[in-house]
Design a protein around this ligand. Structure first.
Ligand code: NAD
Length: 374
């Protein structure tokens, strides 16, 4: 495991994938398409789907429960695509037994659990990578490259970025009103932890990883527990019989150390959108930038704002967004695993996002601004 690119003589990395829904299937297909990797084990509780997926992708070992997969001593990697509350026990068990871990977002249901996962990765010198796949969109990468440009005096194209807005808002997209997604114990929260963590990640990534110090938030459940706002895109493990006891809309004002700020909104359902909008907007002293993705659009999503000789200008660069964001983040994960140098790949970025989500929920519950645990 000392080279970054697999060669014919490098033994393949052996992977076990846990989960058979959108996430697990996407992981499975990403590894299957990549050289130098072999998925040798698959786990999930839907028996027919387990065998169907394993047969079609040539996976020899199948398990109903994650513990039996993680107990194998011939795996290099465990890939986690299961309900959020299981991320922590699976990742800690895998890391403590010497495996690298690729984990779905959010890293955990609480910041304390996320900290334990990072500690286990550091202690065992294993890679812990989190599937923040949307930051690998080509339009986000375009904006990231644009913001990195500097003039002769070292100034960026937007000047001082003092405020940002990030939102992921759905018209009717609760992923299974009675599924694990909509239950606090199994998911940790609603659209904020589910969708909000993605746009929080994009915003922090574009802003250069500033530290969030406080959160002032509100959260509401006006539709979900009344049975409105369900989606036709149910997860694989849909009916748990558990109550809907999370928010369906959340809104937070986050303050950074330097006094700049970010407004973060997430909803699974609200009477405000035709479909589903993802938006990240940066307001700078000499320019602005906007990512606006309507209903998973794959072009026309970037707009830049500035002045030319005192006249406001609007530029729409023609960025196309090919699919395959998960595959790209998994490729980066495998590169980190193969490099043998795991510093900075222990889940640290994802831990800060979990601490921010904690502070948002605590603020909404307390009705006042809360500090983010450093
Ligand atoms: N990054 C993304 O774009 C993205 C998209 C969708 C979901 N996700 C994340 O992926 C994770 C899973 O979401 P999903 O939509 O695939 O869910 P899902 O409900 O469709 O699938 C969950 C899977 O977990 C399995 N599972 C549950 N308990 C298990 C156990 N004890 N042992 C083994 N397997 C078990 C189920 O059998 C099922 O196959 C969540 O954390 C979610 O937030 C991320």
């Amino acid at each position: 495991m000392s080279t970054t690119t697999p060669t014919d003589t490098t033994p393949p990395l052996r992977v076990g994938v846990i989960g058979l829904g959108f996430a697990g299937t996407t992981h499975l297909d990403a590894y299957t398409a990549l050289p130098g990797v072999e998925v040798i084990a698959l786990a999930g509780q839907e028996t027919d789907r387990l065998h169907e997926l394993a047969d079609s992708r040539g996976v020899p070992n199948r398990y109903a429960d994650w513990q039996d997969l993680v107990a194998r001593d011939d795996l290099d990697i465990v890939s986690i695509g299961v309900p959020n509350a299981l991320h922590h026990p699976i990742a800690v068990a895998a890391l403590e037994s010497g495996k690298h871990v690729f984990c779905e977002k959010p890293l955990a249901t609480t910041g304390d659990q996320a900290q334990e996962m990072v500690d286990a990765a550091v202690r065992n010198d294993r890679v812990l990578e989190v599937a923040y796949n949307h930051r690998r969109r080509a339009d986000v990468q375009f904006l990231s490259d644009h913001l990195a440009q500097r003039d002769a005096d070292g100034n960026g194209p937007l000047g001082h970025v003092y405020h940002a807005r990030a939102s992921w808002l759905r018209r009717a997209g609760i992923p299974g009103i009675r599924s694990w997604f909509a239950n606090k114990e199994t998911a940790g929260g609603g659209p904020l932890i589910d969708l909000g963590s993605h746009v929080l990640d994009i915003a922090l990534h574009l802003l250069g990883e500033p530290r969030v110090v406080t959160a002032s938030a509100v959260a509401y459940d006006e539709l979900g527990s009344a049975g409105r706002g369900g989606s036709d895109r149910d997860p694989v493990s849909a009916a748990t019989g558990r109550p809907f006891d999370v928010e369906d809309f959340a809104n937070a004002l986050l303050r950074f150390e330097d006094g700049s700020s970010l407004q973060l909104q997430a909803s699974w359902a609200s009477y405000s959108k035709d479909v589903e909008d993802i938006e990240v907007e940066l307001l700078g002293s000499i320019g602005g930038a906007r990512l606006f993705v309507r209903d998973y659009a794959t072009e026309g999503t970037v707009t830049l704002y500035s002045d030319e000789q005192g006249v406001p200008t609007v530029t729409r660069p023609g960025v196309r967004v090919p699919a395959g964001h998960h595959q790209r983040v998994i490729e980066e994960f495998l590169t980190a695993v193969r490099s043998g140098d795991h510093a900075g790949h222990h889940g640290e970025f994802a831990l800060h996002r979990s601490r921010v989500v904690d502070a948002i929920y605590a603020s909404a519950a307390a009705g006042r601004e809360m500090e983010v645990v450093a």
